[in-house]
Design a protein around this ligand. Sequence first.
Ligand code: IPE
Ligand code: IPE
Ligand code: MG
Length: 255
Amino acid sequence: MGRTVLSGLFGLLKKKTAQAGRPDMSRLPRHIAIILDGNGRWAKQRGLPRRSGHAVGADTFRTVATYCRDLGVQYLTVYAFSTENWKRPAQEVDAIMKLLGDFLDEAARDVDKNRVFVHVMGDLSVLSDELREKIRRTEEITSRYAGSQVNICVNYGGRHEICQAVEQFMRTYPDHDGPVSEEDLASCLYTAGMPDPDLLIRPGGEFRLSNFLIWQTAYTEFYFTDVLWPDFTERDLDAAILAYQKRDRRFGEVK
Ligand code: IPE
Ligand code: IPE
Ligand code: MG
């Protein structure tokens, strides 16, 4: 009898765990943002140069982007290089830009295999002509798959984005007088026309935004994990989505 109860309980537990393992596909976040952090520490732990961490991190990004596409997540926005990351050694910056260039070439070449629109957001004016041309070409070629969009934030800073939005607004409406609405400003952000992120994931153990999407994350659900980005797997994404699906999003209402 005791044994039956125990095995019944065990069966129930197993069932619950199995159910808890995969996200509810009917309530997926439409837009996921990820701060790709922890590459340097991952490399250091292995006695490797930091650029190796970035290289493995780039592969993790490929895996996660494909998984998001397969799940049906409409927008994935990743933070790859911030306006503050120029403070790093030139060698490391060059390695990151090289990885980005390689990724863009690959995305353009494998467009019909990947089936995602690759878009780059940030102040691109200071990037090399070569890299800017790769960005232009890849965006053009991949735009046919606009239903599944990956935004890569490069030389991106949330505060800079807001400043350039104000400048753009003033240029577009030089005679504007009176209040500026949230919609007016949002229409001048890099993310114009996109929904705000539902879920923001930061691997790497830090609890901060580091100037990422500071306008757009006003009502985003945050998920932090100690897993370093190069170690991040599809199961870690499942865990983040499951945590998100347990949240009660009230948006200021009483529910
Ligand atoms: C994130 O990994 C990648 C970039 C900022 C470009 P880090 O290089 O910041 O890795 P940690 O935080 O030093 O481990
Ligand atoms: C945030 O990571 C920027 C990117 C992942 C591109 P950082 O490693 O630069 O952030 P901090 O310096 O720890 O805040
Ligand atoms: Mg870091």
